[in-house]
Ligand binder design. Structure first.
Ligand code: ZN
Length: 148
């Protein structure tokens, strides 16, 4: 496993435990949530709110559980709002309630397309899915996301 994946390993495994399986969109969610925490910086506990625009169907929606695990903003604690979107649009709106700063993190459309193409064959095996998940974990935030 590559060096940059090590710090994420524990949280990706925690996300997979909640979610029931490990896949690349779950990993995208973990990495998106971690990137938001890092870029917003100095967040007080409990002051983050998240809105996710994501197609509300698997495998896209797997991303939701990754974000929930990384940020502890969940549907249950009412700090996460979900909105359905088109297939090549996945974005998170991360708001610091204390400063009103909003960070938008969008998954680059070509990343979504590449994953969907890779997973297109029927009965795509679980081992291949997990391998693709770890391969996604190795990509940098800049490769996966655009920020504003
Ligand atoms: Zn899933």
């Amino acid at each position: 496993m590559q060096k940059q994946v090590e710090p994420l390993k524990t949280i990706i495994e925690a996300a997979a435990k909640i979610h029931g399986h490990l896949g690349p969109f779950l990993v995208l969610g973990v990495k998106m949530g971690e990137a938001a925490l890092k870029k917003l910086g100095g967040l007080q506990k409990g002051s983050l709110r998240v809105k996710l625009k994501v197609p509300l169907q698997t495998p896209y929606s797997c991303l939701i559980d990754g974000v929930q695990t990384a940020t502890q903003c969940t549907v249950g604690n009412r700090k996460l709002e979900l909105e359905n979107s088109d297939e090549n649009f996945i974005a998170g709106y991360f708001k610091n309630e204390d400063s009103d700063d909003v960070l938008v993190i969008r998954v680059k459309p070509h990343i979504i397309e590449a994953l969907m193409t890779e997973m297109a064959p029927p009965n795509y095996p679980e081992e291949a899915m997990e391998a693709l998940a770890w391969k996604t974990a190795e990509k940098t935030e800049e490769e996966l996301f655009s920020f504003r």
